[in-house]
Ligand binder design. Sequence first.
Ligand code: PAF
Length: 275
Amino acid sequence: MTELVRTRAELAAARAGVAGSLALVPTMGALHDGHAELIRHGGTQADAVAVSVFVNPLQFGPAEDLDRYPRTLERDLELLDRLGVGLVFAPSATEMYPNGSPAVTVDPGPLGALLEGASRPGHFAGVLTVVTKLLGLVHPDVAVFGEKDYQQLALIRRAVADLELGVRIVGAPTVRDPDGLALSSRNRYLTPQQRRHALALSRALRAGAEEGPSGAGAVLKAATEELRGIDVDYLALRGVELGPAPATGPARLLVAARVGTTRLIDNVPLTLGPA
Ligand code: PAF
Protein backbone atom coordinates (compact mmCIF):
# COMPACT_ATOMS: atom_id res chain seq x y z
CA MET A 1 0.00 0.00 0.00
CA THR A 2 1.42 3.39 -0.99
CA GLU A 3 1.83 5.93 1.81
CA LEU A 4 1.16 9.53 0.72
CA VAL A 5 2.90 12.22 2.75
CA ARG A 6 2.38 15.96 2.20
CA THR A 7 4.55 17.65 4.81
CA ARG A 8 8.21 17.57 5.85
CA ALA A 9 7.25 16.17 9.27
CA GLU A 10 5.22 13.33 7.71
CA LEU A 11 8.06 12.66 5.29
CA ALA A 12 10.67 12.48 8.07
CA ALA A 13 8.51 9.99 10.01
CA ALA A 14 7.87 7.84 6.93
CA ARG A 15 11.54 7.98 5.89
CA ALA A 16 12.63 6.77 9.30
CA GLY A 17 10.47 3.67 8.76
CA VAL A 18 12.14 2.68 5.46
CA ALA A 19 14.30 -0.39 5.99
CA GLY A 20 17.36 -0.79 3.73
CA SER A 21 18.37 1.42 0.83
CA LEU A 22 16.04 3.90 -0.87
CA ALA A 23 15.76 5.08 -4.48
CA LEU A 24 14.04 8.42 -5.13
CA VAL A 25 12.30 9.16 -8.42
CA PRO A 26 11.56 12.92 -8.53
CA THR A 27 8.60 13.79 -10.81
CA MET A 28 6.18 16.60 -11.52
CA GLY A 29 3.29 14.10 -11.70
CA ALA A 30 1.05 13.50 -14.75
CA LEU A 31 2.75 10.13 -14.72
CA HIS A 32 3.10 7.94 -17.82
CA ASP A 33 4.94 4.77 -18.85
CA GLY A 34 8.22 6.72 -18.95
CA HIS A 35 7.88 7.40 -15.21
CA ALA A 36 6.84 3.77 -14.63
CA GLU A 37 10.13 2.75 -16.25
CA LEU A 38 12.09 5.12 -13.95
CA ILE A 39 10.33 3.56 -10.97
CA ARG A 40 11.04 0.00 -12.15
CA HIS A 41 14.66 1.04 -12.68
CA GLY A 42 14.73 2.47 -9.15
CA GLY A 43 13.48 -0.87 -7.86
CA THR A 44 16.56 -2.57 -9.33
CA GLN A 45 18.87 -0.10 -7.55
CA ALA A 46 17.57 -0.10 -3.96
CA ASP A 47 15.39 -2.01 -1.48
CA ALA A 48 12.55 0.54 -1.64
CA VAL A 49 11.38 3.31 -3.98
CA ALA A 50 9.99 6.73 -3.07
CA VAL A 51 8.45 9.07 -5.65
CA SER A 52 8.06 12.83 -5.27
CA VAL A 53 5.25 14.60 -7.11
CA PHE A 54 5.74 18.37 -7.20
CA VAL A 55 5.14 20.85 -10.01
CA ASN A 56 8.06 23.13 -9.21
CA PRO A 57 7.16 26.78 -9.93
CA LEU A 58 10.82 27.78 -9.78
CA GLN A 59 11.68 25.99 -13.04
CA PHE A 60 8.94 27.62 -15.16
CA GLY A 61 9.53 30.93 -16.94
CA PRO A 62 6.85 33.67 -16.80
CA ALA A 63 5.53 32.79 -20.29
CA GLU A 64 5.64 29.01 -19.73
CA ASP A 65 2.94 26.44 -18.91
CA LEU A 66 3.00 26.39 -15.07
CA ASP A 67 -0.74 27.05 -14.78
CA ARG A 68 -1.82 24.55 -17.40
CA TYR A 69 0.74 21.88 -16.45
CA PRO A 70 -1.35 18.72 -15.85
CA ARG A 71 -2.02 17.89 -12.20
CA THR A 72 -3.45 14.39 -11.85
CA LEU A 73 -2.49 13.29 -8.33
CA GLU A 74 -5.35 10.81 -7.84
CA ARG A 75 -4.56 8.94 -11.05
CA ASP A 76 -0.84 9.16 -10.29
CA LEU A 77 -1.41 7.54 -6.89
CA GLU A 78 -3.34 4.65 -8.47
CA LEU A 79 -0.44 3.99 -10.83
CA LEU A 80 2.14 4.29 -8.02
CA ASP A 81 0.14 1.84 -5.92
CA ARG A 82 0.02 -0.65 -8.83
CA LEU A 83 3.80 -0.26 -9.24
CA GLY A 84 4.32 -1.06 -5.56
CA VAL A 85 5.82 2.31 -4.63
CA GLY A 86 5.94 2.48 -0.82
CA LEU A 87 6.26 6.22 -0.28
CA VAL A 88 4.99 9.27 -2.19
CA PHE A 89 5.97 12.80 -1.19
CA ALA A 90 3.57 15.36 -2.71
CA PRO A 91 4.19 18.68 -0.95
CA SER A 92 2.42 21.97 -1.61
CA ALA A 93 4.42 24.94 -2.92
CA THR A 94 4.38 26.53 0.53
CA GLU A 95 5.64 23.32 2.12
CA MET A 96 8.58 23.27 -0.32
CA TYR A 97 9.19 27.03 -0.26
CA PRO A 98 7.92 28.23 3.14
CA ASN A 99 9.58 31.63 2.72
CA GLY A 100 8.44 32.14 -0.87
CA SER A 101 11.09 32.10 -3.60
CA PRO A 102 14.37 31.00 -2.00
CA ALA A 103 17.05 33.68 -1.66
CA VAL A 104 19.77 31.11 -2.35
CA THR A 105 19.51 28.88 -5.42
CA VAL A 106 21.82 26.45 -7.18
CA ASP A 107 23.69 28.07 -10.09
CA PRO A 108 23.89 25.61 -13.01
CA GLY A 109 27.12 27.18 -14.33
CA PRO A 110 28.16 27.28 -18.01
CA LEU A 111 26.52 23.94 -18.91
CA GLY A 112 23.23 25.40 -17.72
CA ALA A 113 23.46 28.28 -20.20
CA LEU A 114 23.48 26.05 -23.31
CA LEU A 115 20.64 24.47 -25.29
CA GLU A 116 17.61 24.34 -22.94
CA GLY A 117 19.28 26.93 -20.71
CA ALA A 118 19.60 29.38 -23.60
CA SER A 119 15.90 29.00 -24.46
CA ARG A 120 14.63 28.84 -20.87
CA PRO A 121 16.61 31.29 -18.70
CA GLY A 122 16.43 30.32 -15.03
CA HIS A 123 15.03 26.85 -15.78
CA PHE A 124 18.02 24.84 -14.62
CA ALA A 125 18.58 26.94 -11.50
CA GLY A 126 14.98 26.05 -10.62
CA VAL A 127 15.52 22.35 -11.38
CA LEU A 128 18.81 22.08 -9.45
CA THR A 129 17.40 23.99 -6.50
CA VAL A 130 14.34 21.75 -6.13
CA VAL A 131 16.34 18.56 -6.74
CA THR A 132 18.88 19.61 -4.09
CA LYS A 133 16.02 20.30 -1.66
CA LEU A 134 14.35 16.96 -2.43
CA LEU A 135 17.63 15.10 -1.89
CA GLY A 136 18.07 16.95 1.42
CA LEU A 137 14.51 16.12 2.53
CA VAL A 138 14.27 12.49 1.39
CA HIS A 139 17.92 11.39 1.90
CA PRO A 140 17.83 8.67 -0.77
CA ASP A 141 20.79 6.42 -1.56
CA VAL A 142 20.05 6.64 -5.28
CA ALA A 143 18.03 9.07 -7.41
CA VAL A 144 16.74 8.14 -10.86
CA PHE A 145 16.21 10.58 -13.76
CA GLY A 146 15.23 10.01 -17.39
CA GLU A 147 17.63 10.44 -20.31
CA LYS A 148 14.75 12.16 -22.12
CA ASP A 149 15.80 15.33 -20.22
CA TYR A 150 19.42 14.69 -21.07
CA GLN A 151 20.83 18.11 -20.16
CA GLN A 152 18.95 18.02 -16.85
CA LEU A 153 20.49 14.60 -16.09
CA ALA A 154 23.98 15.88 -17.01
CA LEU A 155 23.55 18.95 -14.77
CA ILE A 156 22.24 16.92 -11.83
CA ARG A 157 25.25 14.58 -12.10
CA ARG A 158 27.53 17.66 -12.18
CA ALA A 159 25.79 19.30 -9.18
CA VAL A 160 25.93 16.09 -7.12
CA ALA A 161 29.66 15.72 -7.89
CA ASP A 162 30.59 19.41 -7.47
CA LEU A 163 28.53 19.97 -4.31
CA GLU A 164 29.28 16.55 -2.71
CA LEU A 165 25.59 15.74 -2.34
CA GLY A 166 26.33 12.12 -1.43
CA VAL A 167 23.78 10.34 -3.60
CA ARG A 168 24.18 8.05 -6.60
CA ILE A 169 22.54 9.40 -9.77
CA VAL A 170 21.21 6.84 -12.23
CA GLY A 171 19.91 7.65 -15.73
CA ALA A 172 17.19 5.56 -17.39
CA PRO A 173 16.65 5.32 -21.16
CA THR A 174 13.83 7.24 -22.86
CA VAL A 175 10.57 5.35 -23.35
CA ARG A 176 8.85 5.86 -26.71
CA ASP A 177 5.45 5.15 -28.19
CA PRO A 178 5.62 2.49 -30.93
CA ASP A 179 5.69 5.26 -33.58
CA GLY A 180 8.81 6.78 -32.00
CA LEU A 181 7.40 9.75 -30.05
CA ALA A 182 9.26 10.12 -26.74
CA LEU A 183 6.82 9.91 -23.82
CA SER A 184 6.29 13.26 -22.10
CA SER A 185 3.63 14.72 -19.84
CA ARG A 186 3.38 17.56 -22.38
CA ASN A 187 2.33 15.20 -25.23
CA ARG A 188 -1.21 15.47 -23.93
CA TYR A 189 -1.31 19.10 -25.16
CA LEU A 190 -0.94 17.90 -28.79
CA THR A 191 -3.91 17.59 -31.15
CA PRO A 192 -3.86 14.41 -33.32
CA GLN A 193 -2.49 16.46 -36.23
CA GLN A 194 0.22 18.09 -34.08
CA ARG A 195 1.15 14.66 -32.73
CA ARG A 196 1.77 13.49 -36.31
CA HIS A 197 3.99 16.56 -36.91
CA ALA A 198 5.82 15.88 -33.63
CA LEU A 199 7.02 12.54 -35.03
CA ALA A 200 9.51 14.55 -37.13
CA LEU A 201 11.67 14.96 -34.01
CA SER A 202 12.27 11.25 -33.39
CA ARG A 203 12.54 10.63 -37.16
CA ALA A 204 15.23 13.32 -37.38
CA LEU A 205 17.19 11.86 -34.48
CA ARG A 206 16.99 8.35 -35.96
CA ALA A 207 18.06 9.59 -39.40
CA GLY A 208 20.94 11.54 -37.84
CA ALA A 209 22.12 8.62 -35.70
CA GLU A 210 22.17 6.31 -38.73
CA GLU A 211 24.65 8.71 -40.39
CA GLY A 212 26.99 8.58 -37.38
CA PRO A 213 29.70 6.57 -39.19
CA SER A 214 29.82 9.29 -41.91
CA GLY A 215 30.58 12.03 -39.40
CA ALA A 216 29.04 15.16 -37.87
CA GLY A 217 28.16 16.94 -41.13
CA ALA A 218 26.19 13.97 -42.45
CA VAL A 219 24.40 13.52 -39.10
CA LEU A 220 23.22 17.13 -38.99
CA LYS A 221 22.25 17.14 -42.68
CA ALA A 222 20.10 13.99 -42.37
CA ALA A 223 18.41 15.25 -39.20
CA THR A 224 17.78 18.74 -40.63
CA GLU A 225 16.06 17.26 -43.69
CA GLU A 226 13.52 15.47 -41.49
CA LEU A 227 12.82 18.69 -39.59
CA ARG A 228 11.75 20.69 -42.65
CA GLY A 229 8.57 22.66 -41.82
CA ILE A 230 9.07 22.26 -38.05
CA ASP A 231 9.66 25.26 -35.78
CA VAL A 232 13.05 24.09 -34.49
CA ASP A 233 14.57 25.73 -31.45
CA TYR A 234 17.87 23.84 -31.68
CA LEU A 235 19.38 20.75 -33.25
CA ALA A 236 22.72 20.04 -31.61
CA LEU A 237 25.40 17.39 -31.83
CA ARG A 238 27.45 17.20 -28.64
CA GLY A 239 29.76 14.96 -26.67
CA VAL A 240 28.17 12.69 -24.07
CA GLU A 241 28.78 15.28 -21.33
CA LEU A 242 27.46 17.99 -23.68
CA GLY A 243 30.85 19.49 -24.54
CA PRO A 244 31.89 19.79 -28.20
CA ALA A 245 31.18 16.64 -30.26
CA PRO A 246 34.23 14.43 -30.79
CA ALA A 247 35.35 13.56 -34.36
CA THR A 248 34.87 9.89 -33.53
CA GLY A 249 33.26 7.99 -30.67
CA PRO A 250 30.12 8.31 -28.53
CA ALA A 251 28.07 11.49 -28.86
CA ARG A 252 24.53 12.80 -28.32
CA LEU A 253 22.14 14.35 -30.83
CA LEU A 254 19.56 16.66 -29.25
CA VAL A 255 16.56 18.55 -30.58
CA ALA A 256 13.99 21.00 -29.27
CA ALA A 257 11.05 22.27 -31.31
CA ARG A 258 7.68 23.89 -30.94
CA VAL A 259 4.67 22.04 -32.30
CA GLY A 260 1.66 24.32 -32.01
CA THR A 261 2.13 25.92 -28.59
CA THR A 262 3.88 22.87 -27.18
CA ARG A 263 7.65 22.79 -26.80
CA LEU A 264 9.07 19.27 -27.15
CA ILE A 265 12.60 17.95 -26.59
CA ASP A 266 14.23 14.65 -27.49
CA ASN A 267 17.73 13.16 -27.88
CA VAL A 268 19.51 9.96 -28.86
CA PRO A 269 22.95 8.45 -28.36
CA LEU A 270 25.05 7.83 -31.46
CA THR A 271 28.58 6.92 -32.44
CA LEU A 272 30.53 9.25 -34.73
CA GLY A 273 33.07 8.14 -37.28
CA PRO A 274 34.21 4.70 -38.35
CA ALA A 275 33.54 2.08 -35.67
O1 PAF B 1 12.11 16.09 -14.82
C1 PAF B 1 11.23 16.57 -14.06
O2 PAF B 1 10.09 16.09 -14.00
C2 PAF B 1 11.60 17.76 -13.19
O3 PAF B 1 12.46 18.63 -13.83
C3 PAF B 1 12.17 17.34 -11.81
C4 PAF B 1 13.49 16.61 -11.96
C5 PAF B 1 11.16 16.45 -11.09
C6 PAF B 1 12.41 18.59 -10.96
O4 PAF B 1 11.24 19.31 -10.75
